[in-house]
Design a protein around this ligand. Structure first.
Ligand code: FAD
Ligand code: NA7
Length: 641
């Protein structure tokens, strides 16, 4: 696809509309400064009827070029309002100030013939006569104006999506289903260790999918252990083969990459494996891995560039440490591993690595699972500690040195205490950094078109319809400020955005009560508020918290510990004991949480839970029989099944 600019009128002639260059879209341009007075006046024809015919032809030519054409008067407040409206929509306008051209009065007469309207402003959008100020605002309020604006065939695409991950792909596919001409750019900048991957973004390649499969591999190890108690006898020594697992997982991921490509082709979405960045309004540069640059334009854009792992900024981090971007395709077993960070990514990785029998240490700067319910976080941590994960509390690394090359090699880590002057030196085969992720928003030319970001976090603030500070640019997924960073959230917001932009839908993405699960060795599922947040929002005295420890039936015969799994709901006493926080620590927590999240969306109360008949014997049934409140201080330990 060659580089193409929006429809150009070609070399200027007197009376031509200037090229609607995308670089000038935001402000309405006035094409009639004093030195260009009488541009539309007829220079040639002798008779007045010929002159009038010539003027009419020129006016129609101007309108036929498409885009926004405003016949205005510079002092008219209605004209000003309309110009401001188009400016706020990011639409470039050709504005003719009739009080500043010699033949303004004649133009008005011809406009009367063409449109039956003599007054200004007189507006055309993409060849369609919209009318005056009131009609334009009515069209804006009904959405018709936006639709007319986007029917501008001057652009290569109706929509360009930058980033082919969870959010970008869902938005692109939905827009294509709605009949729009769509392009997706997806490009993976290799990690400092050189790892890169295929189409589909973080979730499928280096996030949810490989992480859940590795978690499953670890759970199978536990199941093998349990199985002897259930009568299974086997003689071989059971060992885990990292290469076999990784190869199988990577093969599955490749099949998913293929499926994504196919589904884009089926929906006629153009997929370009290039890095996209804005160069001017409505125009991006796409650079492929060979460095070849191509330019594309679109009426609207969606930014869905996601995040990438953060580095510590200490000596040796980029040279020797890996991140989750590298772990899932690591060609060799990582061996003795230090995981730096205490986020969910850190704990999940530490959990499954320990599940494979590796020696794993987690270096924690402050607390576990910041942002999650801290009572649950502590229980997650203590289960991991009891199952072989070592925690190094209140330390941060200051230097990583290579002692030996190899697969894996040997690394020396120097760390210091966050509370005193103590330093320690330890040797590991692998250091995995999981200290947060940075939004990919600083190198995509947003400053060139005026899309505002939060300078500190790099996140993009949007309104409730995912619109950025530039009206024709939208954003979805992990880069959004203040929204949950989860695949189903990105997918939902991308899909609904496309339906609002190109369908008849007004439905907005609901970011409240989004459930999630941390896939640590003992899984933690939650929906709604943490206990800390609920107290902050509603005050402790307005809450009733019901909780219990429980013993999954599968764990009894297996001889696994009682009084480890835990269920908790937080209810608002002054709103019919509505459940505002749901928390479970136990097997299959994700499966359990999903159903209760639907119930919370329907306004779940404690009474409704009590009225629900449980499914026996399951873990989920525990929520139908909760009796003990936290405030009662009663014993919640379980004595038997
Ligand atoms: P991404 O999926 O990251 O997609 C962005 C894409 O844009 C990437 O392919 C990127 O390479 C590309 N890109 C970036 N810049 C450009 C550019 N300039 N030009 C072209 N392409 C570009 N979520 C869950 O819901 N459940 C989980 O269990 C879960 N586990 C996770 C585990 C890990 C280890 C990680 C890291 C994340 C996990 N997540 C999970 C989060 C989930 O992966 C993200 O929320 C989701 O992928 C966000 O989607 P997105 O579309 O915003 O971005
Ligand atoms: P988070 O949720 O941003 O957590 C970052 C963790 O790393 C957290 O425990 C931090 O400790 C710790 N951290 C941050 N900086 C450092 C340094 N310099 N040294 C040691 N420890 C540090 O990141 P995640 O990777 O889990 O998740 C980000 C998104 O990725 C998530 O929402 C998903 O979309 C996937 P702190 O608590 O601040 O002391």
């Amino acid at each position: 696809k060659s580089s193409k600019s929006p429809k150009s009128p070609g070399p200027g002639k007197a009376g031509d509309a200037p090229n609607r260059r995308p670089g000038h879209v935001r402000g309405a341009r006035v094409a009639s400064p004093p030195e260009r007075r009488a541009r539309l006046a007829s220079p040639g024809p002798s008779s007045s009827s010929e002159a009038r015919e010539e003027l009419r032809r020129r006016l129609l030519g101007l309108i036929e070029r498409g885009g926004v054409v405003i016949f205005s008067k510079s002092y008219c407040p209605h004209s000003t309002r309309v110009k401001e409206l188009f400016s706020s929509l990011g639409a470039e306008c050709y504005v003719l100030e009739l009080d500043q051209v010699d033949d303004g009065a004649k133009i008005q007469e011809v406009l009367l013939e063409i449109t039956n309207q003599k007054t200004v402003p007189n507006i055309f959008v993409n060849k369609v006569h919209v009318g005056g100020c009131d009609q334009t605002f009515q069209a804006y309020q009904s959405g018709l104006l936006q639709k007319l604006l986007h029917e501008d065939s001057a652009y290569d695409y109706d929509l360009i999506v930058i980033g082919g991950g969870s959010g970008g792909l869902s938005c692109a596919k939905e827009a294509a289903i709605l009949g729009k001409k769509v392009m997706v750019l997806d490009f993976v900048v290799p990690s400092p260790q050189g790892t890169s991957w295929g189409l589909g973004g973080t979730c499928v390649n280096v996030g949810c999918v490989p992480k859940k499969l590795m978690h499953q591999a670890a759970l199978l190890g536990q199941a093998l252990h349990d199985s002897r108690k259930f009568g299974w006898e086997y003689n071989q020594q059971v060992t885990h083969n990292w290469e076999t697992m990784t190869k199988a997982i990577q093969n599955h991921i490749r099949s998913l990459n293929f499926g994504y490509g196919l589904s884009l082709r089926e929906k006629a979405v153009a997929y370009v494996n290039s890095y996209g960045e804005f160069v001017e309004h409505h125009k991006i540069k796409a650079t492929n891995k060979k460095g070849q640059e191509t330019y594309y334009t679109a009426a609207q854009f969606v930014i869905a560039t996601g995040e990438r792992p953060r580095y510590l900024g200490i000596q040796g981090d980029k040279e020797y440490c890996i991140t989750s971007d590298d772990l899932f395709s690591l060609p060799y077993c990582p061996g003795k591993t230090l995981v730096v960070g205490a986020s969910y990514v850190a704990l999940e990785c530490a959990g499954f690595l320990a599940g494979f029998g590796l020696d794993v240490t987690v270096m924690v700067r402050s607390i576990l699972l910041r942002g999650f319910d801290q009572e649950m976080a502590e229980k997650v941590g203590s289960y991991m500690e009891q199952h072989g994960v070592r925690f190094l509390w209140k330390f941060i690394p200051v230097m990583v040195q290579q002692l030996e090359k190899g697969s894996p090699g040997k690394l020396k880590v120097l760390a210091k205490s966050t509370e005193g002057t103590e330093t320690i030196e330890e040797v590991y085969n692998t250091v995995l950094l999981a200290i947060g992720r940075d939004s990919c928003t600083r190198k995509i030319g947003l400053e060139k078109i005026g899309v505002k970001i939060n300078e500190k976090s790099g996140k993009i603030p949007v309104n409730d319809v995912e619109q950025t500070s530039v009206p024709y640019v939208y954003a979805v997924g992990d880069i959004l400020e203040g929204k949950p960073e989860l695949t189903p959230v990105a997918i939902q917001s991308g899909k609904l955005l496309a339906r609002r932009l190109f369908g008849a839908s007004l439905e907005k993405c609901d970011y409240i009560n989004v459930p999630t699960t941390v896939f640590t060795p003992l899984e933690y599922g939650c929906c709604g508020l943490s206990e800390e947040k609920a107290i902050e929002v509603y005050k402790k005295e307005n809450l009733e918290i019901y909780h219990t420890l429980f013993w999954p039936l599968e764990w009894t015969v297996a001889g696994r510990e009682n009084n480890t799994c835990y269920a908790k709901i937080i209810c608002n006493k002054f709103d019919h004991d509505r459940v505002i926080g749901f928390h479970i620590l136990g097997p299959n927590a994700g499966e359990v949480t999903q159903g209760f999240a639907a119930a919370m969306k329907c306004g779940l109360t404690k009474q409704l839970l009590d009225d629900t008949i449980g499914i026996h014997p399951t873990c989920g049934e525990v929520f139908t029989t909760l009796e003990i409140t936290k405030s009662s201080g009663l014993d919640i330990t379980q004595k038997g099944c």
